[in-house]
Write a protein that binds this ligand. Structure first.
Ligand SMILES: C[S@@+](CC[C@H](N)C(=O)[O-])C[C@H]1O[C@@H](n2cnc3c(N)ncnc32)[C@H](O)[C@@H]1O
Length: 325
């Protein structure tokens, strides 16, 4: 496993060898690492490319962009942007087709470990949670203005939190007297709202709510949906899209996306009799699912929830109906 450091924080890449191995099918090609992080995967991809190959990386986090400066390689370009702008940003530098795209989505370890980023319920920091601190609204700003119904919906939909309504009620009551601006304060309120006998002793009671608010603040599911569809339009025939996700909401999106594009016939009314020659051609082929092995899960707890899915583009021209989600 690769461990990359920037200042005092490190990120251990999940499926550090498996993801670049799945991605690079042509060493002379142009590749995209949509989630640079600390560059563990990027460095591995560069090691697999020839002198003619090229890697363009994205990250929306300014600390990740800073860390990327340690890669001094003429084949490497970094872009500070959300990956939902991928097609537009690539077009801006004259790239319209690529030979592989990797997305290792979610948060990096430095984002979690640095309490001043506001992602973690361990320790106490400002309630920020933005991956890109140069734009958007913070978790504290959202909690100050969202309605009780909206807070409950987000906790339920993005955190699968059973006690969403109880938590939302306590947060709205509390903010009438004091603003909710610290991670420690929010974690304490959530623990208070969930009945003690219903709490899972193995999991911090704030886990699901923090995940939900983070997904909302960073628009993570919309980002993923948009980037998957753009990837389909950017990849050359036989080029691969490799996606590593860390929770079931993301993995469900990725699975449905590949399923819909690999089996477009499933969208046709089964009462309509079709000859084999009339079946619609797929947009994806050779779709594979990979989980980290037991050794990696022992060495890196973060990898336990990871699922990697990848597939190769066929030569059927991309269309919006292949989006699948
Ligand atoms: C799991 S880490 C990637 C780690 C990286 N593969 C490595 O080996 O170091 C996820 C990274 O993706 C970035 N990220 C997440 N969502 C993003 C988005 N929508 N657009 C751009 N970057 C994003 C985060 O800021 C974070 O740095």
């Amino acid at each position: 496993m690769v461990s990359e450091s920037s200042n005092q924080w490190t990120h251990r890449s999940v499926l550090a060898d498996e993801a670049p191995d799945a991605l690079v099918v042509n060493p002379d090609g142009i590749y995209v690492d949509a989630t640079f992080g600390r560059g563990g995967h990027s460095r591995r991809i560069l090691a697999k490319l020839s002198e003619r190959g090229r890697l363009i990386a994205f990250d929306r986090d300014l600390q990740a962009i800073e860390a990327s400066k340690s890669i001094q390689d003429p084949r490497f370009t970094i872009i500070h942007s959300a990956f939902s702008n991928m097609a537009q940003e690539l077009a801006r530098i004259g790239v319209h087709r690529v030979d592989g795209i990797l997305m290792d989505i979610g948060v990096s370890s430095p984002q979690i470990d640095d309490v001043s980023r506001g992602f973690s319920f361990r320790g106490d920091g400002p309630l920020d949670m933005r991956m890109d601190t140069s734009s958007g609204f913070t978790a504290a700003q959202w909690l100050a203005s969202a309605s009780e119904v909206e807070i409950a919906r987000v906790l339920k939909d993005y955190g699968e939190e059973r006690f969403a309504r109880q938590i939302a009620r306590l947060l709205v009551q509390t903010r009438q007297n004091e603003p909710i601006e610290r991670t420690g304060q929010l974690a304490e309120l959530i623990a208070r709202a969930i009945p003690r006998n219903k709490q899972d002793p193995k999991q911090n009671p704030a886990t699901r709510s923090f995940q939900a608010i983070r997904i909302l603040v960073n628009g993570e599911l919309d980002e993923l949906t948009s980037a998957l569809s753009q990837a389909g339009g950017l990849l050359n025939p036989d080029a691969r899209l490799v996606v590593i996700s860390f929770h079931s909401l993301e993995d469900r999106l990725v699975k449905r996306f590949f399923d819909a594009g690999a089996h477009p016939e499933r969208g046709i009314d089964s009462r309509i009799a079709l000859r084999t020659s009339d079946l619609p051609a797929p947009w994806w082929k050779d779709v594979v699912r990979v989980k980290p092995d037991a050794k990696e899960c022992d060495e890196n707890a973060r990898s336990r929830s990871a699922v990697m899915r990848y597939g190769a583009r066929t030569d059927r021209p991309w269309s919006e109906e292949a989006g699948g989600s």
